[in-house]
Design a protein around this ligand. Structure first.
Ligand SMILES: CC(C)(COP(=O)(O)OP(=O)(O)OC[C@H]1O[C@@H](n2cnc3c(N)ncnc32)[C@H](O)[C@@H]1OP(=O)(O)O)[C@@H](O)C(=O)NCCC(=O)NCCS
Length: 166
């Protein structure tokens, strides 16, 4: 019997135009600082130290990767697998100078290819006010499923989004 491939099993992924490397402990705080300085995290007032602790979490279902372009850190992606019969995109940040070069699109494709052998769902949350990211996810085939009020902080709504894989 042919065995299904294990999702997200490799330490490093070389993808189209960028690579994903596991987040080293020492990278967590400087990267968290950069993330907290940009929207949506700046508007919600995420705190770098707390975010860094989250990104360093040592749990079997949680993985954080730095996005590398030409040897430099271009952003961060973290995922949970398995999560609700699929993969949950915990955080995706492409840093401003690297946006609009199909890295985000490539990350969603990577999630699909890692997930599809076992499950048919990708999940994420997007802040209601983050209209640019909502357009991005819609283009990648996500549907908005439900509004979750006051999840991260009172006064901020998050939208649960789902992409069903063929
Ligand atoms: C949103 C984000 C992940 C998109 O990644 P990216 O690498 O910049 O986007 P890509 O170049 O892969 O774009 C893919 C498609 O989405 C569209 N898109 C990307 N960002 C968009 C935006 N802000 N507004 C409208 N469309 C957008 C692109 O035009 C492109 O469309 P096309 O395929 O028709 O050419 C990235 O810009 C980012 O990290 N932004 C700041 C943080 C954030 O909002 N993260 C998401 C939190 S849930």
């Amino acid at each position: 019997m042919k065995r299904k491939k294990t999702a997200f099993a490799r330490r490093k992924f070389t993808l189209d135009g960028f690579a994903l490397l596991p987040l080293a402990r020492a990278d967590a705080l400087p990267i968290a600082r950069k993330i907290c300085a940009i929207e949506p995290w700046s508007r919600i007032r995420y705190r770098p130290a707390k975010l860094a602790r989250h990104l360093r979490a040592s749990e079997p279902s949680f993985r954080s990767y730095k996005i590398m372009v030409d040897g430099k850190i271009a952003g961060l992606v973290s995922i949970r697998f398995p999560w609700l019969h699929g993969t949950y995109l915990d955080l995706l940040a492409v840093f401003p100078g690297r946006q609009g070069r199909e890295i985000g699109k490539g990350i969603i494709r990577w999630m699909e290819s890692e997930t599809a052998a076992r499950y048919k769902n990708l999940w994420a949350l997007v802040s209601d006010f983050n209209t640019g990211a909502r357009k991005f996810y819609k283009k990648q085939g996500f549907n908005e499923i439900a509004v979750i009020a006051d999840l991260v902080k009172p006064g901020f709504d998050e939208i649960l989004i789902r992409k069903t894989l063929d």
